[in-house]
Design a protein around this ligand. Structure first.
Ligand SMILES: Cc1ncc(COP(=O)(O)O)c(C=O)c1O
Length: 428
């Protein structure tokens, strides 16, 4: 597989390089040189396969012979160990639930596959240190994805006292190859420390520093697979009338959906659903890219006004000669998010703010004869406080959270001081 840098098409790398490097020159995103397409008969056959075998076929089509098919299959088997069920909400709308993994969010698919690919792309005796800063959720996904891997050490920085106690329990109780550091400072201070570490060439070499970046191509490729898994669960008559609504922040999930469609998956239309951080809906309506200052909303993981992956979305439309005007869109404010969560609860479906936004636009825009799917990107218990306040009922904790809630925290404490962090990275 060859990929090019969207900021400089002359920079081309292999899949394994793209996985290890994350970003290209000038922070450019990598994008596949070839966009494979399956025949309709292949797609039908694939929809009958099990999740891992089908995913292996999809990813082989992109990655090619850089990784042997049986190796890819094994790696996917280790990454995709949990289901992505389609759950009925109304007669013509269902949810694709992507929160049944260890950290209860869709990030588990991409994070776990990226971990597998990073360990595959590194030499057998090469030690890697993954260093990352988290404001809550990414830390958990990264920690669980790399937990127990022989040649990988993970160091996660987070702002002390500024993440929820349950979020902290989820990744700071693992131990083993996962080290967590509570920094006396805010998230920006954590990110600044990570940046300093990446700028320190000696340190970088000494510990094999690597990032588990959210724009890594391996994450996107993994996410394509659950769109196929969704369609595989639908009866034939619904497959040809399918509209998928994607709750969007950085637009990675939508990019993956569009790549699934470009492979030949029958999706009639996508809806790009945002909260009031609506740079993309305004761009699609008015043709001008005018990001506003980011505002805090109930769907906080989508509080993004300069979405990283948007250049990839535009590139797919350009390469496929699709029209951006065919992309559905809309923005939902907090008040409507709350009413929608209550509406879903009255339908017997407890959801959370991100998915509720996607559902809302779907139910508003779905046309006669169409069938709608919205992505359930996180478990409602991850947003326990707000969901409970909005619905006036208590949510029980899923097992993954409940079983960690009473374990002791194993975090180190540190001032926001690079010399201290450097010493820790070299000697601990
Ligand atoms: C729960 C949840 N929903 C939706 C999104 C948006 O996904 P994307 O950034 O791929 O658009 C995120 C992103 O972090 C998320 O955590």
């Amino acid at each position: 597989m060859k990929l090019y840098n969207l900021k400089d098409h002359n920079e081309q790398v292999s899949f394994s390089q793209a996985v290890k490097q994350g970003l290209g020159k000038q922070q450019g995103l990598f994008f596949p040189l070839e966009l494979p397409e399956f025949e309709l008969t292949d797609i039908d056959e694939m929809l009958d396969m099990d999740f891992v075998s089908r995913s292996s076929k999809i990813l082989s089509a992109f990655i090619g012979d850089e990784i042997a098919p049986h190796q890819l299959h094994e790696r996917l088997k280790s990454a995709f160990t949990f289901p992505a069920p389609v759950t009925k909400v109304t007669d013509d709308i269902s949810s694709l639930e992507l929160f049944h993994g260890p950290t209860l969010a869709f990030k588990d698919f991409g994070g776990r596959f990226m971990a597998q690919m990073l360990s595959w792309a590194s030499e057998a005796d090469e030690k890697i240190t993954i260093l990352t800063a988290t404001s809550g959720d990414t830390g958990a996904a990264v920690a669980h994805a790399f937990y127990g891997m022989d040649n990988v050490r993970v160091v996660i920085l987070y702002p002390q006292g500024k993440i929820s106690p349950l979020q902290e329990k989820l990744f700071c109780t693992l131990g083993g190859n996962i080290q967590t550091i509570a920094i006396d400072g805010d998230f920006d201070a954590c990110q600044a420390l990570v940046k300093q570490a990446f700028d320190d060439q000696l340190l970088k070499k000494a510990i094999g520093l690597n990032s588990a970046n959210s724009i890594n191509i391996s994450r996107l490729l993994a996410q394509i697979c659950y769109y196929f898994e969704a369609v595989a669960q639908l009866p034939q008559e619904k497959r040809n009338q399918l509209v998928i609504s994607v709750p969007s922040g950085n637009f990675g999930d939508l990019t993956a959906g569009l790549l699934a469609k470009s492979l030949g998956l029958p999706v009639k239309r996508f809806i790009a659903a945002t909260n009031t951080n609506d740079t993309v809906p305004r761009f699609l309506a008015e043709g001008e890219w005018r990001p506003n200052a980011t505002v805090a909303t109930l769907s906080n993981a989508m509080d993004v006004s300069q979405p990283n992956n948007w250049p990839r979305v535009e590139e797919i439309f350009r390469r496929k000669t699709w029209r951006l005007t065919d992309l559905g869109y809309g923005a939902v404010d907090d008040e409507t998010t709350k009413t929608t969560l209550r509406e879903l609860a009255s339908l017997g479906y407890i959801s959370e703010p991100h998915a509720a936004i996607a559902y809302r636009l779907l139910r508003d825009q779905l046309q006669e004869g169409e069938f709608g799917l919205f992505l359930g990107t996180a478990h409602p218990a991850k947003f326990k406080e707000s969901v409970e306040a909005i619905l006036g009922q208590t949510l029980s904790l899923p097992e993954a959270l409940a079983e960690r809630a009473n374990l002791p925290l194993l975090s180190h404490q540190m001032a926001a001081n690079f010399a201290e962090l450097r010493a820790f990275l070299l000697h601990k």
